[in-house]
Design a protein. Structure first.
Ligand SMILES: C[C@@H](O)C(=O)SC[C@H](NC(=O)CC[C@H](N)C(=O)O)C(=O)NCC(=O)O
Ligand code: NI
Length: 146
C-alpha cells in the first residue's frame, strides 16, 4: 500500500494556490475540472518530491474547490487521506470482515471510502486504475497522480 495524498477543501482556490505555491513553494502537478460535480481538484507536490511524483508517485496535497461552497465551518475543511492498494476488492473484504464499515464500496473498481474510529475519511484507490479525464497537459502516471 502506498500513501497518495491528503485532501483538504478550500473556499478560495486562487488564495490557496497563492499560499501553498506562491508562498509555501509547493508545485501544481495535476488539475481535474469536474463540470458535472462543479468542483476542481488541484494536486500539489513539494519541490523535492517532484522527481518521484513523475515516477512511481509521491505524497501530494489534493485541494478540493467546490464552485458553489466557500465556507467550511464545522470541520469540513479536512477531506480525506488517500492510499493506493494492490487489490481494492480484497482490501475492502478484509476490512469489512474486521468490522470496518465500507462507506463507499468499490463498485467502479477504483475508489472506496472508509472512516476511522474518529470518522476521519480514508480513500482507497486501486493501483493502476484508469484516471478520470484531466487537463491535456497532465503527464502524471497512473499512480501518485491523484
Ligand atoms: C480523485 C480522488 O483522489 C478524489 O479524492 S475524488 C473524491 C470525491 N471528491 C469530490 O467529489 C470533490 C467534490 C465534493 N463535493 C467534496 O467536497 O468532496 C469524493 O468522493 N469526495 C467525498 C470525500 O469524502 O472526499
Ligand atoms: Ni482524493
Amino acid at each position: 500500500m502506498q500513501f497518495l495524498h491528503t485532501m483538504i477543501r478550500v473556499g478560495d482556490l486562487d488564495g490557496s494556490l497563492d499560499f501553498f505555491c506562491g508562498k509555501l513553494g509547493l508545485v501544481e502537478v495535476r488539475r481535474i475540472e469536474n463540470e458535472k460535480g462543479r468542483f476542481t481538484l488541484v494536486y500539489l507536490a513539494a519541490p523535492d518530491d517532484l522527481p518521484q511524483a513523475k515516477g512511481a508517485g509521491a505524497p501530494l496535497v489534493e485541494l478540493t474547490y467546490n464552485w458553489d461552497e466557500h465556507d467550511y465551518a464545522g470541520g469540513r475543511n479536512f477531506g480525506h487521506l488517500a492510499f493506493a492498494v494492490d487489490d481494492i476488492y480484497a482490501v475492502c473484504a478484509r476490512l469489512q470482515a474486521a468490522g470496518v464499515t465500507i462507506n463507499r464500496p468499490p463498485r467502479d473498481g477504483y475508489m472506496a471510502f472508509i472512516r476511522s474510529p474518529d470518522h476521519i475519511s480514508i480513500e482507497l484507490l486501486q493501483k493502476g486504475a484508469p484516471l478520470p479525464p484531466a487537463e491535456p497537459w497532465s503527464s502524471m502516471p497512473n499512480i501518485g497522480a491523484w
